[in-house]
Unconditional design. Structure first.
Length: 199
C-alpha cells in the first residue's frame, strides 16, 4: 500500500509541474499578445504625431505668411476706431483686417494695433507712414514680427542666485536674508519688548 501511496504522490507532484508549464505558456502567449497590441498603439500614436506635426507646420507657415503682410502700429490713441485706422492706411493698398488689442481684464484699448494687408509688398508702403499723426498722436509703424513659441524676449534675469541688489542673495526675490536681518557689523543692542525669545 505504501508503494501505491508513493505513486499517487509522485503523480500528484508531477501534475502541478505540468500545469505550471501550461500556465507559463499561456502567460507567454498572453504577454506576446499584449506586446503586439502595444506596438499597434505605438504605431497609431506615431501616425497621429506625424499628422499633428504637419498641421502645426502648416499653421506656422500660415501665421508667418500673415505676419509678413502685417504691420504693428504703436502709440495709437485709445479712442481710435478700426475704421479710422483703416482710413489712415487706405492709401497704402487694400486691407484685410485691422485689430486693436484690448486689455483682457478691463476691456480698454492697449494703445496699439495690427493692420493686415492683402499683399506683403504693401507693408513697405505702410512703413512710410511711420511718425505720422493719427488723431493728434504720432504713431509708430513697424513690420509685425513673427512670434516663435517657447522663445522669450529676455525679460528679467530669473529668480534667486548670487549677485548684486535685485539679483538674488541679499536682494532680489529669490534670495535669502542673513539671520540678523540686513544690518551688517557692530552690536545693535537688544530691543525691549520684542516678544518672548528663549535664547
Amino acid at each position: 500500500m505504501s508503494d501505491t501511496n508513493r505513486d499517487e504522490r509522485d503523480v500528484a507532484a508531477e501534475e502541478p509541474a505540468v500545469n505550471e508549464e501550461g500556465n507559463d505558456e499561456e502567460e507567454i502567449t498572453a504577454m506576446k499578445k499584449r506586446v503586439a497590441e502595444m506596438e499597434q498603439e505605438a504605431a497609431k500614436l506615431r501616425e497621429m504625431h506625424a499628422a499633428l506635426d504637419e498641421k502645426g507646420q502648416e499653421a506656422s507657415d500660415d501665421r508667418s505668411d500673415v505676419d509678413s503682410r502685417s504691420i504693428f502700429v504703436g502709440n495709437v490713441d485709445y479712442s481710435v476706431s478700426p475704421e479710422e485706422i483703416q482710413a489712415h492706411f487706405q492709401g497704402c493698398g487694400s486691407i484685410n483686417r485691422v485689430t486693436i488689442l484690448l486689455d483682457k481684464f478691463t476691456g480698454q484699448p492697449k494703445g496699439y494695433a495690427y493692420v493686415e494687408f492683402t499683399e506683403p509688398s504693401l507693408v513697405a508702403q505702410a512703413l512710410v507712414l511711420n511718425d505720422s499723426i493719427l488723431k493728434g498722436r504720432m504713431i509708430k509703424v513697424t513690420p509685425k514680427r513673427t512670434n516663435i513659441p517657447g522663445m522669450s524676449r529676455g525679460r528679467g534675469r530669473g529668480r534667486g542666485g548670487f549677485g548684486g541688489p535685485g539679483r538674488g542673495f541679499y536682494g532680489g526675490r529669490g534670495g535669502f536674508a542673513p539671520r540678523g536681518g540686513y544690518y551688517r557689523g557692530g552690536y545693535r543692542g537688544r530691543a525691549r519688548g520684542a516678544g518672548f525669545n528663549p535664547y
